[in-house]
Design a protein around this ligand. Structure first.
Ligand code: KG4
Ligand code: ZN
Length: 359
C-alpha cells in the first residue's frame, strides 16, 4: 500500500459544516494539511438548540465553499488525494445526507475509494491526530448527543463499558444554560458563569452515582436545575451559583464513574501498566472537567491525554483520520451506503434508553 496516505474528510452530522485534508506520514503521525469548520451557532442561537431543518439548509448552502477551501488550503487537487471519507452517522439524517452525498459524489467523480465514517469513531480516534497512540486505551466520549465510556481496542473494535441512560452530558449543559437564560451553546457559557458562582450553594441530585456501574444519568439533575431556576427570579448571583453547582455536581458524578470505568478497564484487559485515558467530544473542552479527571488519572495510574480544544468539538480532521485508518484496514464502503441516525460503536452493547429500564 502507498505510504503517506491523504484523505479528504467531510462532516455534517449536526451543526458544524466541516472539511479537512489529512495526511498520514510514514512514521504514522498525522499532518493536518487543512481543517475548516463553519459553525452554525448564529442560526440556532435564538432557538436555544439545533433545529434540524435549519441545520440541513445551512449545510447545503455552505458545503461547496467549505470543501473548496479545505482543498485550496491543502494546496492539493482532488486528483492528488487517495480517498474521501464522510460521516454517515449517528446524527440527524437530514444533515448527514448532505455531507455523505457530496462525499460519495466526489469519490465517484474522481474515481477514489470512499469510506463511510461513524462520527463516534472519529471522536474516538481523534487523539491520534496529535499523539502516537497504542491500543487499547480508555475513552470518555462526552458530546451533545453521547456520553460513553469505551475501551478502544483497535480500529473498528470497541467495547462499551457505560453510557447515559437518558440525556447526554452536552445536552444537560445546553438545557441548564437555556433554563438560566445564559445563552447558546450552553456548555461554554455554563463554564464561564460557573467561575462567578458558589458551587456548594445548591445541593443537586447525583443520579445513579452509587449503582449501575459506569452508566450515567443526567435527567434528574436537569429537572432539579429546572425546579431551582424557577425560584431565583433573574437574580444574577443565584444564577451563577446554580450554574456552578450544576457543573460541580457533574464533576462529582464523572469522578466516581470514571474511577469505576478505570476499574472495569483493568479487570477486562488485565493490563497493569499506565494506560492513556482520553476525553473527546465537545464537553471535553471544559477546563474544570479536565482538571477533575487529571486528579482521577493520578489516583488510578492512567495517563491523561486530552486533545487540543479544536479537536474536541465536531471537525472533519477526525473524520479524514478515521477514514485513513479504515482504508488501511481495507474497510472501504460502497457508494450506496445510507446515513444512519443510530450507530453504536459496540454493536453488542445493550440499548439502555426508554421506559422499563432496570439497572
Ligand atoms: O462534539 P460536539 O461538538 O457535537 C456533538 O457531537 O454533539 O459537542 C457539542 C456539545 C454541546 O452540547 C456543547 O454545549 C458542549 O459540547 N460543550 C461544552 C463546552 N464546550 C462545548 N460543554 C461544557 N463545557 C464546555 N466548555
Ligand atoms: Zn461530535
Amino acid at each position: 500500500m502507498k505510504k503517506n496516505i491523504i484523505f479528504l474528510g467531510i462532516e455534517t452530522s449536526c451543526d458544524e459544516t466541516a472539511a479537512a485534508v489529512i495526511q498520514e506520514k510514514e512514521d504514522g503521525s498525522a499532518e493536518i494539511l487543512s481543517n475548516i469548520v463553519s459553525s452554525q451557532i448564529k442560526e440556532h442561537e435564538k432557538y436555544g438548540g439545533v433545529v434540524p431543518e435549519l441545520a440541513a439548509r445551512a449545510h447545503v448552502e455552505n458545503i461547496d465553499f467549505i470543501i473548496n477551501k479545505a482543498l485550496t488550503d491543502s494546496k492539493l487537487t482532488i486528483k492528488e488525494i487517495d480517498g474521501v471519507a464522510a460521516t454517515a452517522g449517528p446524527g440527524l439524517i437530514v444533515c448527514l445526507t448532505v455531507g455523505l452525498n457530496i462525499g460519495k459524489s466526489i469519490a465517484a467523480f474522481a474515481d477514489k475509494p470512499f469510506v463511510a465514517v461513524n462520527h463516534l469513531e472519529g471522536h474516538a480516534l481523534s487523539p491520534g491526530l496529535e499523539n502516537k497512540l497504542q491500543f487499547p486505551y480508555l475513552l470518555l466520549l462526552i458530546s451533545g448527543g453521547h456520553s460513553q465510556y469505551l475501551i478502544v481496542k483497535d480500529i473498528n473494535n470497541y467495547e462499551q463499558l457505560g453510557t447515559t441512560i437518558d440525556d447526554a452530558l452536552g445536552e444537560a449543559f445546553d438545557k441548564t444554560a437555556k433554563m438560566l437564560n445564559l445563552g447558546y451553546p450552553g456548555g461554554p457559557n455554563i463554564e464561564k458563569f460557573s467561575k462567578l458562582g458558589d458551587k456548594k450553594f445548591f445541593k443537586l441530585p447525583e443520579p445513579i452515582i452509587n449503582r449501575a456501574g459506569c452508566n450515567l444519568s443526567f435527567a434528574g439533575l436537569k429537572t432539579a436545575v429546572l425546579r431551582e431556576s424557577k425560584n431565583i427570579n433573574e437574580n444574577l448571583q443565584l444564577k451563577y451559583n446554580l450554574a456552578a453547582s450544576f457543573q460541580h455536581t457533574v464533576n462529582k458524578i464523572l469522578l466516581k464513574k470514571t474511577k469505576e470505568a478505570m476499574r472495569q478497564f483493568r479487570n477486562k484487559t488485565f493490563l497493569k501498566e499506565k494506560i492513556p485515558f482520553i476525553i473527546a467530544g465537545g464537553v471535553a473542552a471544559n477546563q474544570s472537567i479536565r482538571e477533575n479527571l487529571i486528579i482521577v488519572c493520578k489516583e488510578m495510574n492512567f495517563t491523561p491525554l486530552f486533545p487540543n480544544i479544536k479537536f474536541c468539538g465536531d471537525n472533519a480532521a477526525m473524520i479524514a483520520w478515521a477514514g485513513i485508518k479504515r482504508y488501511k484496514k481495507k474497510l472501504i464502503d460502497n457508494l450506496d451506503f445510507a446515513a444512519k441516525s443510530r450507530w453504536p460503536l459496540d454493536p453488542s452493547a445493550k440499548y439502555l434508553k426508554g421506559p422499563g429500564l432496570k439497572l
